[in-house]
Design a protein around this ligand. Structure first.
Ligand code: ASP
Length: 300
């Protein structure tokens, strides 16, 4: 069976004393879960199950491990695209797995993006599992950040987010029938203002899939929205016909415009190419294709 699946655990500075081995195991677990889902389902199942696995890990900034907003609340974004359709949710706190709600928006509503309490209400109505609330890790991170004086916090928030790492999650898949799907899920950048929406629920920015390529992005959401980074990869791939070259070009242009520690990308193509590229200190990611599994951990 010909398929390819790539997942990532976020681009960033990774200075928080994270357990690199545990992150590698988590990436591998997501690949196994996603490929198992693909075997009995589709490229969409692969992306949703791989991302749900990462959301449930509690050690990454998505689902139960989500970073908190400035007021200490969970506020998550997620999105998925496949077969010319997309579904996304923003500023949600009810679902344990926002990626499952994004899929429901894509498959069961006429809309692309739902936000806030009404999106949470949909999660409740369709019976999605409830988020358990902020994790100990997220609360500890939030308490440390709240020690910054407010004036400094507002000025420094993008720099602080870069320094802290952002460990959002994402996946891109090619199914044996040629279907391509991409998705992303996040608690957002550390220190975000309540109500802030990042790139992860924006098609073309945090994720994108067409009939040639599927892409998922991570990094500073504001820069990714302004660059439409995932769509840019699809366009570069169309032009260059080489996935690795397309990813390198998009990251290089992004770095020239926005500086380092701003972007990470993974992608799979219809031809079965798989790639990952970033300008951060680290981006744990991995892929599985034709029985081969590879995991790229954190530096050092
Ligand atoms: N892109 C995400 C956001 O800005 C953060 C991340 O990639 O970790 O919300």
């Amino acid at each position: 069976m010909r398929f390819a699946l790539a997942v990532h655990g976020g681009a960033g500075a990774w200075r928080l004393g994270v357990d690199g081995k545990l992150i590698e195991k988590t990436i591998e677990g997501a690949l196994l879960r996603g490929s198992e889902a693909m075997r009995s389902g589709s490229c969409v199942d692969a992306v949703v199950e791989a991302i749900a696995f990462l959301e449930d890990s509690g050690i990454l900034n998505a689902g139960t491990g989500s970073t908190l907003d400035y007021l200490g609340n969970v506020s998550m974004d997620a999105g998925i695209m496949a077969g010319g359709k997309a579904g996304a949710v923003a500023i949600v706190s009810y679902p344990k797995n926002p990626i499952r709600l994004a899929r429901i928006v894509m498959e069961r509503t006429p809309h692309v993006l739902l936000a806030g309490p009404q999106a949470d209400e949909l999660a409740r109505r369709v019976g999605l599992e409830r988020h358990p609330g902020p994790s100990e890790r997220a609360l500890a991170r939030w308490r440390a950040l709240r020690e910054l004086p407010e004036s400094e916090w507002v000025r420094a928030r993008v720099e602080a987010a870069k320094a802290l790492g952002y460990d959002t999650v994402g996946a891109a898949a090619l199914g044996p029938d040629g279907c391509l799907a991409a998705g992303a899920s996040t608690g957002g950048v550390s220190l975000k203002l309540p109500g802030r929406i990042g790139d992860s629920p924006i098609p073309g920015a945090g994720f994108y899939a067409n009939e040639a390529v599927a892409v998922s992005a991570t990094g500073i959401g504001e820069t990714i929205i302004l660059s439409m980074s995932s769509l840019r990869v699809a366009n570069a791939y169309l032009q260059l016909g080489d996935l690795a070259e397309a990813l390198r070009r998009v990251v290089a242009e992004h770095t020239a415009r926005w500086g380092p520690n701003t972007l990470g990308l993974i992608a799979v193509s219809r031809r079965g190419e798989v790639g990952g590229e970033h300008n951060a200190e680290g981006m744990p990611w991995g892929y599985m294709k034709e029985g081969e599994i590879r995991v790229f951990g954190l530096p050092g």
